[in-house]
Design a protein around this ligand. Structure first.
Ligand code: ATP
Ligand code: MG
Length: 285
């Protein structure tokens, strides 16, 4: 008989089920002209602002090849189960972020079906997408996306408007999470007064606020040195050990090696998949 615990997680319920997912960008926008992630993620909670430290949006680039569009994902079939830790790798431009954004309900597929926790989310209205995004998903990005004028604690509490908790409850959960990521003594610091690794810890605490079932991380260690990156990976392993699924995009082989399952994408297609793995071994305390 398989040992209890990890095997139960490894055969967990499907969290993400993608089938025949294609994504065609009809309008080719320069990266700086693409819709800001900050507003899509926490826009309402942040008073409708886009990422406050972002430069003003540039005018959309001229649409090239607008009729045909550019096919960025070409038929992705993928199931990720509860408790899995998946690393997603591929060369620049292969479609990793696009796939992560689709899984994160930040963008919708051109065709194909996406079931999140067993529910078809391919055609939900924006309000319902925001609610799901902020209740079952957590996000961590390379560039942290913290609100510069808010304290660490306020940043962590940002997605709280979807939690149904009172301010007091949110505050105590925020404090507990900052303690968990090792920042109990930095709760009132603004991002500019925190190191990169500390800022990413704040972003991780924020991702955990609503007790997500799935964390999506796009190059979360991309701006960190190797020691800080190892600290952040330990945190991911701890979170995964509690049963939360993780999909993490990385260029770094050492980071990818810590995931239980490795998937490679090239030109919008999955080209290799080490297969559903057991969840990572719980990190030492
Ligand atoms: N909103 C958009 N509009 C038009 N084209 C886009 C948009 N977002 C991404 N693309 C294009 O889709 C392709 C895949 O981009 P994506 O950001 O998913 O790549 P990636 O694998 O994450 O690359 P990197 O490793 O550089 O982050 C690229 O050619 C990119 O220019
Ligand atoms: Mg990317």
């Amino acid at each position: 008989m398989a040992p209890a615990g990890s095997s139960a997680l490894a055969t967990g319920q499907p969290v993400v089920e993608l089938s025949g997912i294609r994504k065609v960008f009809r309008q080719v926008l320069a990266p700086e002209a693409r819709p800001g992630l900050f507003a899509r993620l926490w826009g309402r909670a942040a008073g409708g602002r886009d990422r406050p430290d972002a430069p003003a949006a540039a005018a959309p680039d001229v649409a090239q090849n607008a009729e045909a569009g550019v096919e960025v994902l070409s038929g992705i079939d993928l199931t990720i189960r509860a408790g899995e830790f998946v690393a997603l790798q591929g060369t620049s431009g292969s479609g990793k972020s696009t796939l992560l954004h689709l899984m994160g309900l930040l963008d919708s597929p051109t065709s194909g079906t996406y079931r999140l926790l067993g529910r078809d989310v391919s055609h939900l209205a924006d309000d319902e997408l925001s609610r799901l995004r902020n209740t079952v998903l957590g996000f961590v990005f390379q560039s942290f996306y913290l609100v510069p004028y808010a304290t660490a604690l306020e940043n962590v509490m940002l997605p709280g408007m979807y939690s149904g908790l009172s301010q007091g409850e949110l505050r105590s959960r925020g404090l507990e999470l900052l303690d968990r990521v090792g920042l109990a003594d930095r709760v009132n610091f603004k991002p500019a007064n925190l190191s990169g690794g500390q800022q990413q810890r704040v972003a991780m605490a924020r991702a955990l606020l609503n007790r997500p079932r799935l964390i999506l991380a796009d190059e979360p260690t991309g701006q960190l040195d190797s020691a800080t990156s190892a600290d952040i990976m330990r945190l991911f392993a701890q979170v995964n050990a509690t049963g939360t699924s993780i999909v993490l995009v990385t260029h770094d082989e050492d980071v990818a090696a810590q995931a239980g399952r490795l998937i490679r994408i090239a030109d919008g297609r999955l080209v290799s998949d080490s297969g559903p793995g057991a969840p990572s071994v719980p990190a030492p305390a």
